[in-house]
Ligand binder design. Structure first.
Ligand SMILES: O=C(O)CCC(=O)C(=O)O
Ligand SMILES: [Fe+2]
Length: 704
């Protein structure tokens, strides 16, 4: 039976003071002596291992004070008398050892009372608990943190030690070092309670943690003896799962946002997640959403005051326009604002603008949304299904990169293309080389055969690819033998046809956004000779030592009108918005299932006099196999590319002379050095290409 604490002691604890039995000096002395006496008692009399006894007593100051308070000693007693009195007291009135134990492992008084209610008072009566504690301490768990495990999963302390060891070793086998394992267990105590089932909750959690700590090298960013830092990081990760994110689906997004887990406050992260949940966003989507546009975490969501220009910037207005508007009168501002409202940003009360702003953000992911802008990140989403010319032009101006969803191509089709692509790239090299890229620019390019950034000292990008040109010039294409890949040809032809139609619709939207007719490109004959190609790419995960410092695809901009890219979800694609800045700032382009990542090519940049930006991009080699499928839409070689009237003025004269698309592409591809300069450009399209030639080139009088 447990002995209750005397009421005076309980009362004094509540008040945080002790009965004034001893003078201050004596009280301190008594505490030191009590610590010694109790440690000896627990070890010598109660047979607790010495190091445990020491941890227990030296980490339980409250229980120790309460103990001293019960012992009647004359205020001027000598040390020897003090010791004798304490020892005698213990002899007649044994202490509740659990109270000391729970306090020492970091559990508050209230929880230790509850936890101890069903136990006796002697720790040695609970052999499984002592065995579990020994196992954990022996592994390296800090004594004072064991409470984190007990509070959540007290069953750990009745587990068979060999099971605990097996679970700890299983974590090590996944590539986590010991301190990292301890951090994971302290933040996710359940992992010590059951073995991971394949594809079960714990297995999927490990998958994410492995991606973050090992693949994205988070573990290397933390001193390897700092358990607290690992616990904190894991607790920040856990916030996402506790608030609805799916285990097993978050690793890469988390890996791309290491800053959040290294720096931000756990509570602040939780508040941001809850903010969107309260707005009505599905819990499962909130985590990916925030990690997809992490700037949100730096923004004060609770503060309802936001300046109008700031607001306009955040709803996606071009910065230059905002600066102009900031100089306008408040009436003009209001007028402009009303105009924005009519464009679909919802009727709003200014004081509630922030809330609505986030509603607008949230809508991006809601299926019924009619207008989509992702306001905080590099990403803009356009729905192709209705006319969104305003958004498409802002996306092209601001970033040169944006996403397109609701384009009508089902994920099943992407899946098939990736499946066939993987089959092709896994053929023996000699088979693939039989389809080596021909003069019509169709066929296979092996690893290292191309360097997109010709200025780099590293030659040969570690990627392989195959081009498939338009169906109408099918005779120029090169197909793998039907016996080895029976579905290949039909899959690629049908994909080509589907994406061509999306790309043309997108080009119409772009034309509309430039105040041109939606059939502008048709009218000028840009599509007369179909010059569009699908390019399947494979970046091998295993790289050789000589690949050190190389990018899967080195920095480049694409040549043509637009590129529509889909990836298998493995990260790596990055863009640099200001290529002339030093150091260059590279931003990740995240994967969105089923969305095309679209970027503007150099010819569209020339057409628009640099209003639309052909953004520098590259692919990191992250040591993982990566597959992507690009679709390049270019104008027919005879098409004249000259500055659009709507894009120049007296103050903004044309920056580039008019040029035939074919001549431009020929010049650029010539610089790649992979084609004889005499080849006809009629039959091939542009592709991923090296960075622009030096400004001395007549073809490229770039200003940005
Ligand atoms: O693989 C990717 O994500 C990008 C490929 C690319 O930029 C290109 O082929 O031009
Ligand atoms: Fe590219």
């Amino acid at each position: 039976m447990r002995l209750g604490l005397p009421w005076q002691v309980l009362f004094s604890r509540l008040l945080g003071t002790l009965p004034p039995k001893l003078s201050n000096r004596h009280h301190k002395l008594a505490l030191v002596e009590a610590q010694r006496v109790l440690t000896d008692y627990l070890h010598g009399t109660r047979a607790i291992p010495f190091s445990h006894a020491d941890h227990i007593v030296s980490n339980s100051p409250c229980a120790l004070s309460a103990f001293v308070a019960q012992v009647a000693v004359p205020p001027d007693a000598a040390v020897a008398d003090l010791r004798r009195a304490l020892t005698r007291f213990l002899y007649y009135q044994p202490v509740d050892e659990f109270e000391f134990f729970f306090e020492s492992i970091g559990l508050p008084l209230s929880s230790c009372a509850a936890a101890a209610s069903s136990r006796g008072i002697f720790l040695s009566d609970d052999a499984p608990l002592l065995a579990a504690v020994s196992t954990l301490i022996h592994y390296g768990f800090p004594w004072t943190k064991l409470g984190l495990l007990y509070r959540e999963e007290s069953s750990i302390f009745s587990s068979v030690p060999s099971c605990l060891v097996t679970r700890l070793r299983a974590l090590e086998a996944l590539g986590f070092h010991r301190i990292c394992v301890i951090g994971i267990c302290l933040a996710f105590p359940t992992v010590l309670t059951v073995d991971a089932e394949p594809d079960g909750e714990i297995d999927r959690l490990f998958l994410d943690l492995r991606t973050v700590f090992v693949d994205f090298s988070l573990a290397e960013r933390v001193p390897d003896d700092n358990v607290d830092a690992f616990v904190q990081i894991c607790r920040r990760i856990r916030v996402f799962y506790d608030l609805g994110s799916s285990r097993g689906a978050m690793g890469e997004l988390m890996g791309m946002n290491l800053r959040i887990f290294l720096e931000l406050d756990e509570k602040a992260i939780a508040e941001k997640l809850k903010f969107f949940i309260e707005l009505g966003m599905e819990e499962e989507k909130v985590g990916p959403f925030i990690l997809g546009c992490p700037d949100i975490l730096d923004f004060d969501l609770e503060n309802p005051i936001i300046a109008m220009p700031e607001y306009l910037k955040r709803v996606g207005l071009d910065k230059k326009k905002v600066i102009l508007l900031s100089k306008s009168t408040s009436d003009q501002l209001q007028e402009y604002f009303d105009c924005l409202l009519q464009m679909g940003i919802h009727a709003m009360n200014l004081s509630a603008s922030l809330r609505l702003l986030h509603l607008a953000l949230f809508k991006i992911f809601s299926p019924q949304c009619c207008r989509c802008r992702l306001l905080y990140s590099t990403q803009t989403i356009i729905l192709v299904s209705s006319s969104h010319e305003a958004s498409s032009s802002e996306a092209c101006i601001e970033y040169g990169f944006f996403y397109v969803i609701n384009h009508g191509i089902g994920e099943g089709i992407f899946h098939k293309v990736f499946e066939e692509s993987k089959k092709f790239f896994s053929l023996p090299l000699e088979e693939k080389m039989k389809l080596k890229r021909n003069d019509a620019h169709r066929g296979y390019t092996p690893l290292y055969a191309e360097t997109l950034d010709t200025s780099t000292e590293f030659k040969g990008d570690p990627k392989e690819s195959i081009y498939i040109g338009s169906n109408s010039q099918d005779d120029l294409n090169q197909w793998p033998p039907e016996e080895s890949l029976p579905l290949w040809r039909a899959t690629m032809q049908s994909y080509h046809q589907d994406v061509l139609s999306v790309a043309k619709r997108l080009a119409s939207l772009i034309a509309l956004s430039l105040n041109l007719d939606d059939n502008f490109f048709e009218r000028i004959g840009a599509w007369d000779v179909p010059t569009a190609s699908v390019r399947l790419l494979h970046y091998p995960g295993e790289l050789s030592a000589s690949d050190n410092g190389k990018y899967g695809a080195s920095a480049h901009s694409d040549y043509g009108i637009i590129t529509l890219l889909v990836t298998d979800g493995v990260p790596g694609l990055q863009i640099c918005r200001e290529k002339d800045n030093y150091p260059q700032l590279w931003e990740n382009v995240h994967h969105i299932d089923g969305a095309f990542i679209v970027n503007v090519g150099d010819l569209l940049e020339r057409w628009t006099n640099c209003l639309f930006r052909s953004t520098l991009h590259r692919v990191l080699a992250i040591g993982k196999d990566r597959y992507s499928v690009a679709f390049f839409l270019d104008p027919n070689p005879d098409c004249l590319v000259e500055c659009l009237e709507s894009c120049c003025s007296d103050s903004q004269p044309p920056r580039f002379p008019p040029i035939r698309s074919g001549d431009y592409l020929k010049e650029r591809l010539g610089k790649l050095g992979i084609f004889p300069s005499s080849i006809s450009l009629r039959c091939f399209t542009s592709s991923a290409h090296p960075p622009p030639p030096p400004t001395s080139s007549p073809l490229c009088i770039r200003k940005r």
